[in-house]
Design a binder for this molecule. Structure first.
Ligand SMILES: NC(=O)c1ccc[n+]([C@@H]2O[C@H](COP(=O)([O-])OP(=O)(O)OC[C@H]3O[C@@H](n4cnc5c(N)ncnc54)[C@H](O)[C@@H]3O)[C@@H](O)[C@H]2O)c1
Length: 420
């Protein structure tokens, strides 16, 4: 199919924004005519990235003020990879300027801003898609496929975590102009829920026949950051002994309208290897990612060879249950960007912009997943009290019109779009 050209401006060009923009420029039909960051060197680097990819075929302009960029440029969409608390205000301004939005991941600062995001999208008829790459991870999509084929029976419980030792990235935020620092200084809760809640919410039909009803959240004490400072910067470093708001490990439990429970862990301040440990458990079996995320274990009653014994996912199940997106050779061979899932989320975003059509992660999903942060902060502040979860669909979750079918659909697998 011939790709329609789409013009996407990029806002936020630090580590993530610049690497994602470089990948976005490889998606057929995508043009990046404008880039923006508050830091001049990052704008220059961004311009270089575009010029290397576009072979001089079109002009690219650099901006420090994204509003000026929105005003001057004729863009179909923007890709936003700025700091967490700026995501929603920028997305709102961009939709008001007529652009669709692809938003890098992060949590919301308040429930109010989630409502504003939704109302703006409804009023402007522009979409806002959270670019939650983990929704397209190979294992998460295979687990989705297995769940849809009924292998786990009725789903009762799911788990996931963002377990990532980010101590240096957090603490050196001023030296490296990086956005996490002030969040860990001043906020306490599940600050980064979407890598795990995205695939979970899609698997259990959140906002489409199911919804989050309430949550509770508790945070541990905060010790890891000061320990790191002591060992790496010394006790004279001005932040040593700082009374960090964010607990080292935050645990959140969400209850769903259809009865499932979901556990999330935010764990970024102690030494540990990266891990999400995505888990899906039902009446007939269980899927559990390995702690190093390279593989998973599965147990299916009556199917697994031996009772009460885990089986190796890659060896026994992967070939059979890979999502068709992961059977396509260009996906399998694309190692750029977290093993390929970054390319898939960008291709899904670009396809929706090119078609001017509903994205696979819509503004209701975006608001729901991001709101967990603001709700978790409330619960932690009240000693783990139950907080009710807003219904951002205003009741439509019980009777939504079916999602747009397509290759990148995350509600079901649309086999008619694949040759394999
Ligand atoms: N999906 C993933 O796997 C993944 C991985 C890494 C980071 N991220 C997300 O990507 C985003 C960016 O991450 P990062 O590590 O590059 O963060 P960062 O803090 O290093 O960079 C943010 C950039 O945004 C710029 N910025 C802030 N406000 C701005 C404004 N008003 N106008 C223009 N530019 C502005 C800053 O100058 C900075 O260069 C974050 O939301 C992060 O959570 C996602």
């Amino acid at each position: 199919m011939e790709q329609k050209t789409c013009r996407i401006g990029c806002i936020g060009l630090s580590g993530r924004g610049s690497s994602m923009m470089d990948l976005l420029l490889t998606v057929p039909g995508v043009i990046v005519p404008a880039v923006c960051d508050l830091v001049p060197e990052r704008v220059e680097k961004g311009l270089d990235i575009v010029k290397k990819r576009n072979n001089g075929e079109y002009e690219v302009k650099g901006y420090s003020d994204y509003r000026e960029m929105l005003y001057n440029e004729e863009l179909d969409a923007v890709f936003v990879a700025t700091t967490w608390i700026t995501h929603i205000p920028i997305a709102i301004d961009a939709m008001r300027a007529g652009c669709h939005v692809g938003l890098e991941v992060g949590g919301a600062a308040s429930v109010e801003e989630c409502y504003k995001l939704i109302r703006t999208s409804e009023e402007t008829d522009r979409f806002c898609m959270l670019l939650e790459n983990c929704c397209y991870d190979r294992k998460e999509l295979a687990a989705f496929n297995m769940a849809k084929q009924g292998l786990f029976g009725e789903i009762v419980h799911l788990e996931g975590g963002y377990r990532h030792d980010l101590r240096d990235e957090i603490i050196l935020g001023r030296e490296n102009i990086h956005g996490r620092l002030k969040n860990f200084m001043h906020r306490n809760g599940e600050l980064y829920p979407t890598h795990e809640i995205g695939p979970i919410a899609k698997l259990i039909g959140i906002n489409r026949g199911n919804r989050f009803v309430s949550l509770v959240s508790m945070s541990s004490k905060s010790r890891g950051l000061n320990e790191w400072i002591k060992n790496n910067k010394g006790e004279d470093y001005d932040l040593y002994g700082y009374n960090w708001s964010c607990g080292d490990v935050t645990t959140t439990i969400i209850k769903c309208a259809n009865g499932e429970t979901v556990t999330l862990n935010h764990d970024c301040c102690c030494p540990r290897p990266y891990s999400r440990e995505y888990t899906v458990q039902g009446t007939k079996g269980i899927f559990k990612e390995a702690p190093d995320d390279s593989n998973a274990v599965v147990y299916l009653e009556g199917i697994s060879k031996e009772p009460h014994k885990w089986e190796d996912f890659n060896e026994v199940y992967r070939d059979k249950y890979d999502h068709p997106l992961w059977k396509e050779s260009d996906t399998v061979n694309c190692t750029a960007g977290h093993g390929g899932m970054d390319y898939l989320i960008l291709a899904a975003f670009a396809e929706s912009v090119q078609l001017g059509a509903e994205p696979p992660i819509d503004v209701y999903d975006t608001a729901t997943w991001m709101a967990i942060t603001a709700l978790s902060e409330q619960s932690v502040a009240m000693g783990g009290a139950v907080v009710s979860f807003p219904d951002f669909t205003d009741g439509r979750w019980i009777d939504r019109k079916p999602p747009r079918r397509g290759k990148f659909c995350l509600e079901e697998i649309c086999g008619e779009f694949f040759d394999n």
